[in-house]
Design a protein around this ligand. Structure first.
Ligand code: 13P
Length: 335
């Protein structure tokens, strides 16, 4: 087994998943504003350190995606944040794209930037302890979108990023996110997501990326959040599996879904059904941001010194998702 394949599997094995705590300072400020906590570097660290030192990390969280600010911060016990995460039995990772900008030639769409100088930044993150990285391409569905241009340009960037990351001995998370915003049907989400993922693999192969040493982070197949035709959780799970079976090469060791605006319970329930029906060899786990942190953040914002209370809520969500990643969750386990 190659070292990269080994890392990818260790992050996702036995129901473990990924905590996506890589909100940029802008996004984290929005999240903290919403719960009326001042967005200072100290408060951002306090919340994140509270989660990273929770007992649920060891059993449930195989990797944590960090933002540039956090990977360079020092915990209250004087460990660097990557040291703290490693001590908890998890792997530190880092978001390395620099955000989605207007795509020249298709101004309503986005292209993710960050390739210039990436090799040098990767070397620095590797020295800081990162074992894996994340880059997110983003696509929205409407009448003429995503365009061929956006599908091609984002796949190309994801492939160039992945090749550089593997050169620097880390596992790239390849995240093509087809957004749930809009009026589109689940069928349209299925078709567009399939096209986007197939194009990504076409480019990854051209760029000689070792598919055994990546983690795919896709969206689930959902109807748009403004669509009148919502589908059942059962259909979400079956369509998601069908899409991945038809578009992901068998060498890929694992898939870690994003939550993308689903509620905490919805994200858990859909992941559980995907695993109950999973007849592939892919590990199907989670890489949730909001669906792992929302309740913990709400509680913490009102009880900022109550570390144990915040950790209890986080531990529960992490445990529920770890059960779901093994198809062993049920609604009556929720509190
Ligand atoms: P959500 O689970 O909140 O969608 O975040 C995952 C993520 O990392 C998006 O890039």
């Amino acid at each position: 087994m190659s070292e990269l394949n080994n890392i990818a599997i260790r992050i996702l094995e036995n129901g473990k998943g990924i905590l996506a705590a890589d909100e940029s300072t802008g996004t984290m400020t929005k999240r903290l504003d919403a719960v009326k906590v001042p967005s200072t570097p100290e408060n951002r660290l306090l919340f994140r350190e509270t989660l990273f030192s929770a007992s649920g990390m060891t059993e449930c969280i195989g990797g944590v995606i960090l933002y540039d600010e956090t990977i360079k911060q020092v915990s209250s016990k004087k460990n660097t944040i990557p040291e703290l995460i490693t001590k908890m039995g998890s792997a530190p990772g880092i978001k390395v794209d620099t955000g989605a900008k207007t795509l020249a030639g298709s101004a309503d769409e986005k292209i993710t930037e960050g390739l210039d100088g990436l090799r040098e930044r990767l070397k620095e993150y590797y020295k800081l302890g990162a074992k894996f990285t994340k880059w997110r391409g983003v696509y929205s569905i409407s009448k003429n979108y995503p365009s061929r241009l956006s599908i091609h340009a984002n796949a190309h960037a994801l492939a160039r990023y992945s090749a550089l990351v593997q050169e620097c001995k880390m596992v790239p998370i390849v995240e093509p996110e087809v957004l749930m915003d809009g009026e589109h049907s689940a069928k349209e989400c299925y078709e567009k997501t399939s096209e986007v993922i197939k194009k990504c693999f076409e480019e990854l192969i051209i760029h000689k990326v070792d598919l055994k040493g990546i983690i795919l982070k896709p969206n689930m197949i959902l109807a748009g959040n403004k669509s009148k035709e919502q589908i059942s959780n059962d259909e979400v799970a079956k369509l998601t599996l069908k899409c991945l079976k038809n578009s992901v090469p068998s060498e890929v060791p694992g898939v870690a879904f994003l939550s993308g605006g689903q509620s905490e319970i919805e994200a858990t329930e859909n992941l559980d059904l995907i695993n109950k029906y999973n007849d592939t060899n892919f590990i199907m786990s989670f890489s949730y941001g909001r669906a792992l942190q929302q309740s913990a953040l709400k509680f913490w914002s009102q009880n900022i010194q109550n570390i144990e209370g915040t950790q209890k809520i986080f531990n529960h969500r992490a445990k529920m998702n770890t059960l779901a990643a093994q198809g062993k969750w049920s609604k009556d386990l929720e509190i």
